[in-house]
Design a protein around this ligand. Structure first.
Ligand SMILES: NC(=O)c1ccc[n+]([C@@H]2O[C@H](COP(=O)([O-])OP(=O)(O)OC[C@H]3O[C@@H](n4cnc5c(N)ncnc54)[C@H](O)[C@@H]3O)[C@@H](O)[C@H]2O)c1
Length: 371
């Protein structure tokens, strides 16, 4: 069993610590904030107790998981770790500084991993003496429950680091999907049209509630506006901005004024009490025009990632289902509609696109060829 280090014990870090501790690894974890370190064990106990109460975990396993997690005062106490995963603040300089410090504490063959969602793993590695030891292990929230982990690799990565990171994470019960170090990796990139196309329809007067109701009827657990409200319009804006910048202003990631306005108004969703659809009861109501438009753009985005190589259509479908609980992957839904129908919808959207959305709906090469 490897010794796993976790730095940052916020929402993600503690969840990731639980994943490896439950799998029988010794986990050494720390956080820069004293009170967060002090509270970590109690938070883990409460999280595990809920699983015991739900009949999903035995008392014996709960005790073993709690024993496996050791909260240490500082990263200096992590010298024996084989793999250290960071889940600290999403800031390039903070992550670079942490890994530089870890390099001088860990054995040269230790593996370093970042849980970043939006930063470039290569840029984080740029400050290191042994950049080949750093990769991405991108977990989804809540980490103990969500099956998917994106393993973000670069050509210079040491093969043994990649294989060990994969093996210990699979052994901890996760489905690991390897992807290249590109903006949004797989899931956060391929999900953009779910929100973007909903905002495009809102822009032309289709009510948010109607759009959410159509996507519920199409089998999605939450509609795009309910999801933006849940996660926060500010987080959604930052994620879209990251993709827009990372993809050189491609109109597929256009940032809609209605999203900017929502953030500027301070109505960020659940966390502020008011959002796009907060407090409104939404019941599923089929609307093929809305569902087809969103699923056509989801398929086109997935196909654009496929065009870039290093990932298969099957892996993208699986990642979208496991990372976001989508009822179908983007290629599966395109197949269900018929690829011809998907292309016809995109062509129609492109023909009618207003100036600010021109080229947004251009059909990706691999989608053009799918039958
Ligand atoms: N929240 C999500 O849904 C989600 C999903 C996937 C990935 N991520 C990524 O995971 C990381 C953590 O996100 P989170 O939501 O758990 O954040 P969080 O704010 O809940 O936790 C971050 C923790 O890191 C600690 N910290 C900050 N800087 C530190 C440092 N230099 N050294 C040690 N500890 C430090 C903080 O005290 C805090 O406890 C970010 O990179 C984020 O982008 C978040």
């Amino acid at each position: 069993m490897e010794v796993i280090g976790i730095v940052g014990l916020g929402i993600m870090g503690l969840g990731i610590a639980q994943v490896y501790a439950a799998a029988g690894h010794r986990v050494l974890a720390t956080d820069g904030h004293d009170a967060t370190r002090d509270a970590a064990k109690l938070r883990l106990r409460q999280s595990l107790a809920r699983r015991v109460a739900a009949g999903k975990l035995t008392d014996v396993s709960m005790a073993a998981t709690l024993t496996a997690l050791e909260v240490v005062p500082d990263i200096a106490d992590m010298g024996e770790c084989d793999l250290v995963i960071e889940a600290i603040v999403e800031k390039l300089t903070a992550k670079q500084g942490l890994f530089v410090a870890l390099e001088s504490i860990l054995r040269p063959d230790a593996i370093l991993a970042t849980n970043t969602s939006a930063l470039s793993v290569g840029e984080i590695a740029g400050a290191l003496n042994r950049p080949e030891r750093l990769l991405g292990l991108h977990f989804f929230n809540p980490a103990p429950a969500m099956k998917l982990v994106e393993l973000v690799t670069r050509p210079e990565n040491a093969p043994d680091a990649v294989e060990t990171a994969r093996a210990v994470t699979e052994q901890a019960g996760k489905t690991v999907i390897q992807c290249a170090d590109r903006p949004g990796f797989i899931v956060n990139r391929c999900a953009r049209p779910f929100y973007g196309e909903a905002l495009a329809m809102l822009e032309v007067g289709i009510p948010a509630v109607e759009i959410d109701a159509a996507m519920l009827a199409a089998g999605y657990r939450l509609g795009p506006f309910s999801l933006i409200d849940l996660i926060g319009a500010d987080i959604n804006l930052a994620a879209t901005q990251g993709l827009y910048d990372g993809m050189n202003g491609n109109p597929r990631y256009y940032i809609f004024q209605n999203l900017r306005d929502q953030v500027a108004s301070g109505n960020l969703g659940a966390k502020t009490g008011k959002g796009f659809v907060t407090g409104q009861s939404i019941t599923a109501k089929p609307n093929d025009a809305i569902a087809l438009r969103i699923e056509a753009t989801l398929a086109n985005e997935a196909a654009s990632l496929l065009d870039e190589g290093d990932v298969s259509a099957v892996a993208i479908d699986q990642a979208m289902k496991l990372g976001l609980n989508y009822p179908r992957g983007p290629f599966e839904s395109a197949r269900a509609w018929g690829f011809g129908e998907i292309r016809a919808m995109l062509q129609q959207l492109e023909e009618k696109a207003p100036t600010h959305l021109k080229a947004r709906y251009r059909i990706s090469r691999s989608l053009a060829e799918m039958v």
